[in-house]
Design a protein around this ligand. Structure first.
Ligand SMILES: [Zn+2]
Length: 591
């Protein structure tokens, strides 16, 4: 990666010039650039599916056979348009057939020329299989003996349907839980359908189908789960919660269980808590530049509120645990109130909201304040009373960590006001607003690089050019390479391993405080925060794409609604050449 930061001496100028020549040469030979040129020749728009998201539901509107025979893939549907990737611009018959398919769907076809690697990426959707059906998949994190054992255990489970009593029930669960642990899953889902029960694992936030369990095996497993989680076995029409512990590879794993009734029987969700997520160093959360500095600075102050927002599963609790751990010391009294306690933290008094409402966030927090704490963690602010006490605690010499369920950092202010908070308490109480999402990280062992077309580079650079210098991040001068997932044993053949946050962060400084006090709207606060050096989540995501840490698919999945991303994709979809052709009376389909 070439970052040109200082341009103040002649030798670095010469270097930069040389580097840019090398890059030009590389680019002119790149498959993507060649495809872009071919697109121009054929009056088509060029697109790089390495950075433009492929919607798997749309891909399946064509069968694999159709897609292969047309050399094409459907990849997006938007505003009455069906976006179609072509890899063979001369295949006129394919275009005619695809136009008919789009029209039959009531959609207008939009054709794009893409490279071979791009079309293969879309076609890859056809080859995704349940893990158990794809033995390569199982070569995974399971190695040697482990792998063989899991494979044989699992096929035993699936083959035993005619004589389920052959296998001890405790063994069934053991196989399933050990398999999930080995594959680094956070959750195990059992979902009953008419004839079988689907077993899925959530790995790095994505659900992966493991296989179908025979009903008879599932019934045994269900009773066993209820028994060991101390639930009522004969209750089948209500939701139940419970938990149990297992020990795997000398590690104690807390398994939190929820069961709900359904039309084909009860579904089980098991969450595996290994405790590892609770101890991510602050440096590894994914914060960069000013966002990192400000979060560190505000965390080290003795009072004020650090508010992290995002939907469920966005990693906000992990971030707060990480910050809390970074300030944990024997001479500070730290108390938490959580729902439920997710990880046991050493040296910290943790309390849990009770199901029967005798200890709520508000009641608990009121009690905690009387315990003379220095630092308080409130799992979530979701009612007026909690908002009020938490802000008050922050105003009266406590450092308070909490979360809110909103989509962006700027939206938190409106949410707090909905919860009855006065702007004056928000401005003086809250020290920093954080919002985050999680993106999967490209597997460092197998990620593949490619040279993007100039058009792609220009579009990415344009969105980065909106970043304020105050954000304190290094903006790359050029984008010589982009990265894409491949797949290897280390990453369960998904191409990704682990997750990191993409963040937007703004401290409530004098300027932001004055704006909030004046009753500014969410978009005004957001604009001012950006000007003041806030990276948006999508900008942070794109920087992580350019660093080779993640992909645009991931950023799109987690921050796709952000206006900056929308405008990036508008840029990528538009093409001046095509517009000119249309203006001259031609159409984009014209060859
Ligand atoms: Zn890999």
């Amino acid at each position: 990666m070439v970052y040109v930061v200082h341009k103040d001496d002649a030798s670095s100028d010469a270097n930069a010039e040389y580097t840019s020549k090398v890059l030009d040469a590389l680019r002119s030979r790149s498959i993507e650039e060649e495809t872009a040129l071919a697109a121009e020749k054929h009056g088509l728009r060029y697109l790089d599916l390495g950075i433009y998201p492929v919607d798997e539901k749309i891909v399946f509107l064509l069968t694999k056979e159709q897609a292969m025979s047309y050399g094409a893939a459907l990849f997006q549907k938007d505003k009455g348009k069906l976006r179609i990737a072509l890899s063979e611009p001369e295949n006129v018959a394919a275009r005619t057939a695809l136009t008919t398919i789009a029209t039959d769907l009531g959609l207008e076809p939009e054709f794009f020329l893409v490279s071979r690697p791009s079309i293969e990426k879309a076609w890859h959707e056809y080859d995704k299989k349940p893990l158990i059906e794809n033995l390569d998949f199982m070569h995974v994190t399971l190695k040697g003996d482990d792998l063989q054992k899991f494979e044989s255990d699992f096929s035993e489970l699936l083959e035993i349907k005619h004589n389920a009593s052959k296998i001890p029930t405790s063994r069934i669960l053991e196989i399933i839980i050990a398999g999930a642990y080995k594959l680094r899953s956070s959750d195990i889902h059992f979902e009953p359908f008419e004839d079988t029960v689907r077993l899925r694992y959530r790995i790095d936030g994505e659900l992966q189908e493991i296989g179908q369990l025979p009903n008879e095996i599932y019934r045994l497993a269900l009773s066993r789960v209820k028994m060991i989680s101390k639930m009522k076995i004969n209750i089948r029409d209500r939701s139940q919660d419970g938990h149990f512990f297992v020990e795997l590879e000398k590690k104690r794993i807390d398994v939190r269980v929820n069961i709900i009734p359904g039309n084909h029987g009860e579904s089980i969700n098991m969450r595996l808590l290994t405790g590892e997520e609770a101890f991510v160093p602050v440096e590894e959360l994914g914060l960069r530049g000013r966002a990192y500095d400000e979060v560190k600075r505000q965390t080290e102050r003795p009072f004020g509120m650090i508010l992290n927002t995002g939907p469920t599963g966005s990693g906000k609790t992990t971030t707060l645990y990480s910050l809390l751990n970074s300030v944990n010391s024997p001479h500070l009294k730290i108390i938490t109130i959580e729902d439920p306690i997710e990880y046991v933290l050493p040296g910290i008094v943790q309390t849990e909201v009770s199901k029967d409402k005798s200890y709520t966030f508000a009641q608990g927090l009121r009690a905690i304040v009387r315990q003379d704490p220095d630092i308080i963690l409130v799992g979530e602010i979701r009612d007026e009373e909690t908002a009020d006490i938490a802000l008050n605690a922050a105003l009266t010499g406590h450092l308070v960590f909490s979360t809110l369920h909103t989509n962006s950092a700027a939206a938190s202010i409106a949410r707090l006001m909905e919860l009855g908070a006065k702007t004056s308490s928000i401005v003086t109480g809250v020290s920093i607003f954080i919002a985050q999402r999680l993106v999967r990280i490209l597997c460092p062992k197998c990620k593949a690089s490619y040279v993007p077309a100039q058009k792609t580079v220009t579009a990415l650079k344009k969105i980065l050019s909106y970043i304020s210098p105050k954000a304190g991040v290094v903006i790359p001068d050029d984008i010589p390479l982009l990265y894409k997932p491949a797949g290897c044993n280390d990453c369960n053949f998904t191409g990704y391993r682990g997750r990191k946050g993409i963040f937007e962060v703004f401290p409530v400084n004098e300027k932001m405080g004055a704006l909030i006090s004046s009753g500014a709207l969410e978009n005004e606060i957001r604009a001012a925060a950006i000007e003041d050096g806030m990276l948006t989540m999508s900008q942070d995501g794109i920087l992580k794409v350019i660093d080779g840490n993640t992909t645009m698919d991931e950023v799109w999945d987690s921050a796709g609604k952000e206006e900056a991303l929308q405008s990036l994709y508008d840029d990528i979809l538009s093409d001046s050449n095509v517009k000119e052709t249309i203006a001259k009376g031609g159409t984009q389909e014209e060859v």
